[in-house]
Write a protein that binds this ligand. Sequence first.
Ligand code: NAD
Length: 346
Amino acid sequence: MFKPKVLLITGGMGFIGSNFIHHLLASKPEVHIINLDLGTYAAADINLEDLPDPARHTLIYGNIADRSLVDSILEKYNVNAIINFAAESHVDRSIDAPSEFIQTNIVGTFTLLEAARSFWQHKKQLGVADCRFYHISTDEIYGCRTDVEQPSFFENDPYDPHSPYAATKAASNHLVNAYYHTYNLPILISNCTNNYGPRQHTEKFIPKIIDACLNLQPIPIYGNGENIRDWLYVLDHCAAIELILESGFIGNEYNISAGNEVSNLQIVETVCGLMDLYVPKENKYRELIKFVPDRPGHDWRYSLNCSKLTHKLGWAPKINFVDGLNRTINFYLKAHNLQFEKSEVV
Ligand code: NAD
């Protein structure tokens, strides 16, 4: 079993990275976390409030594509594991302005790989390297299924990304795999389905619905709302990442999914129904739904098979969808200083 001692987490002010830092500080009392984050629009200071044992967390503002900064962090803190969460992550933004996606998701990952290779190779020569380079990726690398009968994607299915975001994530996966085959860098990759939960930016689908309800604004749904995504609660994702870091087989990719495929329209209706209970108004929130022209190249269905992770490492999601949505809505209500009666929780 691999034991991270000093862990460099990139993008730890964003949604999944910050949840992972909360999770790991609580579960691993011996680990020190260095958090390298550029502080883009997607980062939030509030995501790092109330950390368990904050003395074991060091935040450094900077760019993963800054080689000398990354070199100096690896050296100064004697990092023995890197988990790369940092990314430009919003598909719509990648369609409007792809260049930042190329810089961070491809060039940034390449820079981290080069820095890790150089630092750990030096350590290996000294006989002290037990290290991991873990890259966080997405189901979108495989492209999409076009009906519900088609099978879920396995790890050995070819990449077929459709959006600029997905293409940059697939490119970074290829680079990470290449560093394993070419330089023997001890890499791990996981490809996960859509996450939801606390600390997600309000530009993303579920927080956007909650925000629209709270502000009585239209809830936009692309096309006819029939596109399907598989939704995983973010803390289930964090538990999977911790397990893969410790016990994953070097050079392997793992799919992570919830087996919870839901159409966008169903999501909106479920969240609206919960909001009707928490913050009742005269009209039902579903009346705010507004269908808008479809996203260009909108993938129809994402679906991953995660039996490798389940059977080989023993992971399974623990939080069911309604429970996860309740937790998520409660988080955003608290963020808006809205109180609710416990009896209203379904
Ligand atoms: P996010 O947009 O919420 O956070 C990204 C973080 O990375 C931000 O804090 C941002 O400031 C930081 N960042 C961006 N560019 C940087 C740079 N050049 N250097 C350093 N930091 C930089 O993203 P997220 O939703 O937390 O996603 C995290 C990772 O998980 C991404 O790699 C994403 O592709 C992947 N992923 C996300 C989902 C999902 O549903 N959110 C699903 C599967 C995979």
